[in-house]
Design a protein around this ligand. Sequence first.
Ligand code: 13P
Length: 281
Amino acid sequence: MLANLRDLLQDAEERNYAVGSFSVANMEMVLGVIKAAEETRSPIILQIAEVRLNHSPLALIGPLMLAAAEEADVPVAVHLDHGTTLDCISQALDIGFTSVMFDGSHLPLEENIRITKQVVELAQDYDAAVEAEIGCVGGSEDGSVDIEMHCTSPEQAVRFAAETGVDALAIAIGNAHGNYKHEPVLRFDILEKVHESVDTPLVLHGGTGISPQDFIKCHQNGIKKINIATATFDSVEKSVREAYKNGKINGYYDLHTAEIAGAYENAKKHMEIFYSVGKAE
Ligand code: 13P
């Protein structure tokens, strides 16, 4: 069933777990992630980033994501990840996405607050939730730019949350998008400070490559939404490669099956680490 991000994050807060937010690029990934959610009885978020829409046009993948959420027998929110333009954010809201992210992390604080407030106002007309980012997560969603990571200032996070009224706040604590070049060292001191002083559910981007122990520490300290993208794409690609190697692909539909399996395995593994298993009940 189609769910609102606000409700999912509130339940995660009350019952001490995190909701996996899985980036998808095609129908096979949607099917694999939903299969894992239904099997493990996990609430989830399906998301796509604005920068990926040149590969998977919003007018096509958006309705597919929404239909899959409606058909699912667990709660599924449908989210625009890293929205950078008001045009794209409005389009996602018009299609029926239940939440949108405005990423103004690269902007001066005042400017980030100003535009985020506009997005919050816009989303209110749709009863949609809004995520924004403070501090700067390293890398970029599609690897096209190597954005330098700046850890979130807890003081700025307090001000940002109070002034914008966002439903979810992405923070930077040493996390980065894409595969990490070195083992990530997360700043749990910053996470604890932000968690102590901000009531808004927190979001961890750059989930690929973070250890299970660190994920658990994150969701025990206020991180309620965890974004996974590269790990899904890599798992799908590996599943297809292995299926070819093992002679299991003898036509297009074997390829389709291998893609679904790759997305399914990766999503299921993360749902277990996030403790979302069984929380759909
Ligand atoms: P990864 O690609 O590192 O999993 O990051 C996902 C993400 O944060 C999407 O916004």
